[in-house]
Write a protein that binds this ligand. Structure first.
Ligand code: SF4
Length: 257
């Protein structure tokens, strides 16, 4: 199915289902996806092998961002949030920390009311600079789709023996104000059987949320093309039920069908 890659560093603002007007920053390669997960629903398509590809540097990113910020006029659509997303996992950029520092400086100077968000799979929290960068911004949005290792491997396709237990532990230990994002979905074909909305899956997921005590939880389901065909999205009624359960635990929840 059709998926999508960005061909530049700055894009948008685009209307985000969860974030409002979002100015996107892609700090991965142009036109190629780079991630240590291979999520079955990834809008960028499947992760692949790469040779001779280069990350945008901190100075390239800040030049491009400043150019955009200087171009804003009173008629421009102002972003609500500056969001690091793009062609894969942003914390894999080796200059992630410098990029965040420069972005915070530019934001403070040009658009002090705008929030900075990073959409991350949280696999790099063993790197102190990534942790410091994520704790500096307003919205570190961390992916936990399931807390079950087998389901995690089917849905997220992690490389290098990454375990969801380790990721959860690192979030609890290292991120001061985590926002958790969860994609709910199911599949039942060939070797792919999973459903992260079963009673058993959800009970374990709620227990983990209590331990993390997130600032906010963002839950959503499939709304766009996915690289794997045959995935099923979760209906709005079920999503709202899950959202209400999370709210009952005292965590603000945004439900996006
Ligand atoms: S973590 Fe994000 S970028 Fe990486 S495969 Fe999953 S959805 Fe795609």
């Amino acid at each position: 199915m059709a998926t999508f890659l960005f061909d530049k560093i700055i894009f948008g603002p685009v209307k985000s289902r969860r974030l409002g007007n979002s100015l996107g920053i892609n700090i991965l390669f142009n036109n190629a996806k780079y991630c240590n997960y291979n999520c079955v629903y990834c809008e960028c398509g499947w992760s692949g092998e790469h040779e001779e590809l280069f990350f945008p540097t901190a100075s390239q990113v800040s030049v491009e961002l400043e150019k955009y910020l200087k171009s804003l006029s009173s008629d421009s659509i102002k972003p609500d949030v500056i969001t690091f997303a793009g062609n894969g996992e942003p914390t894999l950029n080796p200059e992630f920390f410098e990029i965040i520092n420069k972005t915070v400086e530019l934001r403070n100077f040009y658009l002090p009311d705008v929030k900075i968000a990073v959409l991350t799979n949280a696999t790099q929290l063993n790197n102190p600079e990534v942790v410091e960068g994520l704790n500096k911004i307003d919205m570190p949005i961390l992916k936990i789709d399931t807390v079950d290792q087998k389901e995690f491997e089917l849905i997220n396709g992690p490389v290098n023996n990454i375990t969801i237990e380790k990721i959860i532990d690192m979030i609890i230990l290292k991120i001061r104000k985590p926002i958790i994002q969860t994609m709910f979905l199911k599949a039942s074909f060939d070797d792919y059987y999973f459903d992260n909305t079963t009673k058993r899956s959800l009970e374990k997921y709620y227990e983990v949320l209590k331990k993390i005590s997130p600032e906010m939880v963002m839950i959503y389901s499939i709304a766009r093309d996915t690289p794997m065909e045959g995935l099923e999205s979760i209906n709005l009624h079920k999503m709202q039920e899950i959202g209400e359960e999370i709210e009952k635990m005292g965590f603000k929840t945004i439900v996006t069908p």
